[in-house]
Ligand binder design. Sequence first.
Ligand code: ADP
Ligand code: MG
Length: 262
Amino acid sequence: MSQTKTLVEVKDLTMRFGGLTALDNLNMSIHEGEVLGLLGPNGSGKTTFFNVLTGLYKASSGSIVYKGEEVIGKSPQQIYRSGVARTFQRSRLSLPLTVFDNIVIGDYQHMQHGLIFNLFRRKAFRAEYDAYVEKVRDLLNIFSPPLVERMFEPVETFTMIDRRRIEVCRALLSRPRLLLLDEPSAGMTHDETHALMGDILDVRSKLDNLTVVLIEHEMNVIERITDRCVVLNYGKKIAEGTYAEITSDPNVQTAYLGEEAA
Ligand code: ADP
Ligand code: MG
């Protein structure tokens, strides 16, 4: 009696870069509350899909409806404010800055008061700053309690896995409905990956109604944490289903073997 609600509906989505078609008539949906694995060999269009969905790139054609509204044509800020947040494939932390600064930075442009206002109205700024400290502390308490004590230490003093946790926290600060994670395990050991994925599952159970799309290469991670998967190859969807379904799909096996042979 599980009832599937669609959060995102992607229709005939195409993204071209000059002569290269990075997304080729993609049709797929993201269900409310699921963890969806987005798979495919390198260059198959996974990151491009995130870039289009978050408004960084404007699709050449097609549509993405999120919560009943067309996304294409909206600015990254509008999309962020509507509840879509992401992490990037390459770390985007500023190492000399503190954990707090790094987490808040993503949200800063969305703060109510601009810089000039702050200079003249220090009191209002102080209140806003304090509110951010509370917000970050609450979030760290949910996602990674040991980081709370070290909130004002520079990021460069943290291990790789903690840096990833900080990036996920930054994405969660806006309390998104939809969280897009682009290869969060890149550069980490097997054990670190296992721990981080545990944290992600954990935070999902604590935050109400969070939908996650995860780009990930490690198949055991995909098996452990996804409810469903979509597999891309050359910008086209070649398979969709549970982990068991997609791994037994001959199209998927060929796509991956093709990459290994190359
Ligand atoms: P994946 O994340 O699956 O490895 P990408 O989405 O990064 O793949 O890339 C898909 C294809 O689109 C690749 O061939 C890549 O070179 C190309 N591509 C991605 N972004 C750009 C861009 N900004 N300009 C030109 N080509 C791009
Ligand atoms: Mg990528």
